[in-house]
Design a protein around this ligand. Structure first.
Ligand code: CTP
Ligand code: MG
Length: 228
């Protein structure tokens, strides 16, 4: 079974002109989260979707199954204070076998493609752990204090991470339980949590249009891409 966790429980503090959480911002008559939700719904390899939303939006989001005809939307749950917590709470809802594949996606990436979802599932089924990445065209600078340059790593060794990240259920479940045991609750990246276990994570190629809507400029760019 292939299960998608769709994260929509953030506040969107970097979206300065909106009163609603980022995932619920109106984009052409539909909430932002609808776009990735419908892509997962329409993907033949996806069996089930778990959606994490803020507490105040539980009622609203619970109606999406009927409003938008999303028969794969199995659970709408209240997310956590941190992204890590939202993922852990979603994992708690999943009744899965160890070998089932869990895809974790930011609803803030509305233009995820079926191709990306397919290659995540294909490679995660073989290897157990997958990160979606893009090679970087720009050189990356590392700065500890944000003022001065500490390091300029070799560009060919740098990649930008996107989502989904996908794992065998036993791998991602263990990663979150180990983090909890070690009092770690604010690592926003599932790949980093899985790497703590010493598990190898294989990279699959993302797409430029699978960018994350983070600020108002990103939203304008999205509206342009959608022709809205
Ligand atoms: N997310 C979540 N639960 C949280 C925090 C984040 O489900 N407690 C989700 C967001 O809804 C988003 C994804 O994780 O889809 C990536 O996070 P980010 O882009 O940082 O979104 P926000 O945390 O909402 O935005 P900001 O950091 O600007 O407040
Ligand atoms: Mg955030």
């Amino acid at each position: 079974m292939n299960i998608a966790i769709l994260l929509a429980s953030g506040k969107g503090t970097r979206m300065t002109n909106h009163q609603v959480p980022k995932a619920f911002i109106d984009v052409g008559g539909k909430p932002l989260l609808y776009y990735s939700l419908s892509t997962f719904q329409n993907c033949s390899l996806i069996d089930q979707i778990v959606l994490a939303v803020p507490k105040e939006y539980l009622k609203t989001a619970s109606k999406y199954r009927d409003i938008y005809g999303l028969n794969k939307l199995a659970h709408v749950i209240v997310g956590g204070v941190t992204r890590q917590e939202s993922v852990r709470l979603a994992l708690d809802y999943i009744k899965a076998f160890p070998e089932d594949i869990v895809l974790i996606h930011d609803s803030a990436r509305p233009l995820v493609s079926e191709r990306i979802i397919f290659s995540n599932i294909q490679i995660a089924s073989k290897t157990g752990a997958v990160a979606t990445v893009m090679p970087t065209n720009d050189t990356i600078i590392v700065s500890k204090n944000g003022d001065v340059v500490d390091d300029v790593p070799d560009r060919s060794k740098c990649f930008i991470e996107q989502t989904p990240a996908s794992f065998r259920f036993d791998v991602i479940h263990r990663a979150h339980q180990e983090a909890l045991k070690d009092h770690i609750n604010d690592i926003s990246d599932d790949v980093k949590l899985v790497k703590r276990l010493g598990v190898e994570v294989v990279m699959v190629l993302g797409e430029r249009k699978n960018f994350k809507v983070t600020n108002e400029e990103d939203l304008e760019y999205l509206l342009t891409l959608l022709g809205k």
